[in-house]
Design a protein around this ligand. Sequence first.
Ligand SMILES: Nc1ncnc2c1ncn2[C@@H]1O[C@H](COP(=O)(O)OP(=O)(O)O)[C@@H](O)[C@H]1O
Ligand SMILES: [Mg+2]
Length: 411
Amino acid sequence: MSGTNVWLNLQAFDDLDVTPCLLAPSDDHSDDSSRVVWSLPYSLVLRHTTEEVLDACIEAIEPVQAAMTSHLRNQVMNDLMESLKKHSWFTGFDIADELPVRYSLEKWVELAKEVQATVFIAVHGGIGEDGTLQSLLESEGVPHTGPGEAASKTCMDKVATSLALSHLADLGVLTINKDVRRKEDLLNVPALEIWDELTSKLQCETLCVKPARDGCSTGVARLCCVEDLAVYIKALKDCLLRIPPDSFSKSHGMIEMPSPPPELLIFEPFIETDEIVVASKSVGTLGSMRSLSPSVTVKETGDILSLEEKFQGGTGINLTPPPASIVSNEALERCKQRIELIANTLRLEGFSRIDAFLNVDSGEVLIIEVNTVPGMTPSTVLIHQALAEQPPMYPHKFFRTLLDLASERII
Ligand SMILES: Nc1ncnc2c1ncn2[C@@H]1O[C@H](COP(=O)(O)OP(=O)(O)O)[C@@H](O)[C@H]1O
Ligand SMILES: [Mg+2]
C-alpha cells in the first residue's frame, strides 16, 4: 500500500517515468541477489495485498492464461470498436497488452543502473529495510531513497540502535535498557526464574516483551507478573498466531504473533505514559537532518497500539502537531532538536520515522525505535507531518522531494 501510494503520487510529474515493482517473498533457499522482482503493468498494481499482486503476476504470464486473456481482450476491443466507430466523436483507443516482467534481484539492479533509475524503496522490513537492498543498489551506484546500508542495518536492530545512542543521555536522549533472550531458553527455564532475573536486571516491576526483529507491533506485550510471562512463553511454545484479548492480567486487545515464532526476544522495562506516544519524522541530507513537527499517538485499547491503530485510517488517533495543552512550544522545540540529534548520530539520510516517548515537561525523549522505511499510506503520520509544515507539503510534492534528495546524493 505504501508503494502504490508513492507510485500514484509520483505519476503526477511529467518529467518522471515511474515503474512500480514488487519484491516477491523469499523461498528460503535462494540467496538475496536471486530473489525475484516483478516490474508491474498498471492493471496489476491496484490490489490490496502484495500476495494478490504476486498471484496476478504469476497468472498473467502463465501461457494458457495469457493466450486466453489476449484473445478475450481482442474480442472485447473488436466488439467495442464495431459499435463505437459509428459515432463521429470516436477517435479510437487501445488497451495495451502489457505483461509483468520477472527479474532476479541482481538483474533488476543491473537494469536500474542501465536506465539510470533512482529507486524509491517502499519495502517495509526484511531486506528492504535492513540494509541488504541498500547495499546491492549502492554497490552498483544506483541512488535510492532513505538511509544508506550502515544506518539501515543499525536501525533494524533495536539493541544496536539503543547502543548507538546510549552516549546521548546528558543531552536529553535516553534509551531503554534491554535484555535479549533466546526462545529456546525461555521454553526450558522455569518462568519464575526468568521473571526474577529480568526484573532485577532491568530494575522494573512490569516488562515489555517484543520480538528482536521488525514486525509492525506483532508480539509486543506488557507483562505484569510471572503468570503473564508464563502465558507469553506458552504462546511461543504453541506457535499461537494470536494471543486473545485479556489473556494477561492487565486488560489488552488482540495481540497478533509473528509466524514463525521469533527466535530472539527483547525484554525492556515497560514505560508507563499518559496514554500518549510521540512519532517524529526527520527529513534531509546526511548530517543535516531536520525534524518535522512530531505527532502524538493516543492509545485506545490497552497499553500497546494495535496493527489497525497504526496503519488503518480512522482507527488510530494521531495529533499533529501535539496541542499546546499537552506539550508546550518550548518542550516541542527541544524535542525536535533531540530528534535531529538522533537522526544525525545514527547517520540517517533522506527520511525516517523516529518513535519515542516524550517527557512533556523537560522535552527529553526516550527512544523506542527508528523506522528507516516508514509507512507511506495516506493514513500514516508521515503524510500528516508533511501537511503540517509551513507551508504545507502536499503528498505528491513531498514524495518528489524525497526522491530528489535521493537522486542528488553522491554514492
Ligand atoms: N518499553 C516499552 N514500554 C511501553 N510501551 C512500549 C515499549 N516498547 C514499545 N512500546 C509500545 O509498543 C509499540 C510497538 O513497539 P516497537 O518496539 O515499536 O515494535 P515494532 O517494531 O513491532 O513496531 C510502540 O510504538 C509503543 O507504543
Ligand atoms: Mg514500532
